[in-house]
Design a protein around this ligand. Structure first.
Ligand code: SAM
Length: 401
């Protein structure tokens, strides 16, 4: 059997192993990692090839799943055609696609070639929650491979770029944010000198724009109330400078331990990790980066399209309103409350902020200091995937009187 023929067989075997869970397991990426670990003969190039094929399958699942039963070879061929052209996929794609034309960029053109239906690619409830996501160009951006973005001090961009260029990892600086660098290769940036020196963090450009949109003043004292492993805590610390302070809290101690490791590597000395939620209204700013449905991350985590229900979005919104209410009490008079999600759903975004404001006359909505061309909502900004080729996010800035 040819190399591409045996690769196709392995792909179909991996897919068969994942299939029983992909409509129910929100933690499917862990299952994919376990599958790879169990296949000890896989090298890093094999993992890159099969990862891309599996994620492409999940991204276009309603088109591929029926073919797996009726015509597995056509399923494999369609996935090879839809997959990104990468060093790890190139030879397999060429051998598998045959005489099909180049895969077009838009979802509509892909659907036309395969005789498929565009609407099936999103859960039926999503267009009601975010109409733009169901239409080009956001529909196309939401079905593209996610970019790899780094955050770094703008003064270090030239040094980092030149190290990456020497590693054959081309980079491109963001047109809107000088401290954001896109890596245009499948790079393990944790193997770089820039990483060892704590110069770079992996953070999607859209995520970086959340705090950047608020033009945070250096020297302030902020609380990151849902800090997780600290992507935004580290960014906050950088924005607040040497005289600023960030307190970080999360209900997951394991995530805070990870934050501690990251803060040490980044040489961020102004972060204090809290063992319990504070109780006094002393903060100049409070960031509530709330747990959410993750609908904005579907390009990175396409399996979530098939495991997330409208009911879960409603439940997430209830929790978000409770968290916003809880942590708003810690903002000093005159201070700011920043609410953020990685959701596209209005239920989790402007509707939560609207419900909060209706109950809290001492807070009012403020326009974003730096909107970066994002889409204004009744309160706050939606950072839609196509605007800057990012994951989708929402941010709202509220001021306490
Ligand atoms: C979207 S994630 C935060 C991501 C993080 N800010 C970052 O930039 O990497 C939401 C976080 O909220 C945390 N969380 C959930 N309920 C919470 C609560 N009651 N109090 C504080 N944090 C909570 C979760 O553990 C999770 O880490």
């Amino acid at each position: 059997m040819s190399l591409s023929g045996s690769q196709q067989k392995i792909y179909l075997r991996l897919i068969a192993a994942l299939r029983p869970n992909w409509h129910s397991d929100a933690n499917l990426p862990a299952g994919i990692s376990e599958l790879f670990a169990a296949n000890r003969s896989f090298g890093s190039r094999d993992r890159r090839l099969y990862r891309e094929l599996i994620y492409t399958t999940l991204r276009f699942l309603p088109w591929i799943e029926p073919l797996l039963d009726s015509d597995p070879a056509l399923a494999a061929k369609s996935v090879a055609w839809l997959a990104a052209d990468l060093p790890a996929t190139r030879a397999y794609r060429l051998a598998t696609i045959g005489d099909w034309p180049n895969c077009p960029a838009t979802v509509a053109a892909k659907a036309a070639h395969l005789g498929m239906n565009v609407e099936s690619l999103l859960p039926a409830w999503l267009p009601r929650h975010c109409p733009e996501a169901a239409l080009p160009p956001n529909l196309d951006a939401l079905h593209a491979r996610a970019s790899l973005w780094l955050r770094l001090p703008p003064s270090e961009a030239a040094r980092v770029s030149s190290e990456f260029t020497a590693n054959q990892w081309p980079t491109r600086r963001s047109a809107v944010l000088p401290g954001a660098l896109e890596v245009l290769a499948e790079a393990d940036v944790t193997k770089s000198e820039s990483w060892a020196q704590g110069l770079i963090e992996v953070q999607d450009l859209g995520s970086q724009l959340i705090l950047e949109s608020a033009a945070i003043a250096s020297g302030e004292h902020w609380l990151d109330a849902c800090a997780g492993a600290g992507g935004k805590t580290l960014q906050l610390a950088a924005l607040l400078g040497a005289k600023g302070r960030v307190d970080a809290f999360d209900i997951r101690p394991a995530a805070l331990r990870e934050l501690e490791i990251r803060a040490t590597r980044a040489r961020a000395t102004t972060i204090t990790i809290l063992g319990r939620a504070p109780t006094t209204a002393t903060y100049d700013g409070v960031l509530v980066d709330a747990p959410c449905s993750g609908t904005g991350t579907w390009r990175r985590a396409p399996h979530l399209k098939w495991t997330t229900s409208a009911g879960q979005v409603t439940q997430a919104a209830e929790k978000q309103l409770a968290l916003l209410t809880q942590f708003s009490a810690l903002v000093r008079p005159g201070g700011r409350l920043l609410y953020a999600t990685c959701s596209l759903s209005r239920l989790e975004n402007e509707d939560v902020v609207g419900a909060f404001l209706a109950d809290h006359a001492d807070f009012s909505s403020e326009p974003a200091a730096r909107p970066f061309g994002a889409t204004p909502r009744a309160t706050g900004l939606a950072i839609l995937p196509a605007t800057h080729n990012t994951d989708g996010f929402f941010v709202a800035a509220l001021r306490r009187r």
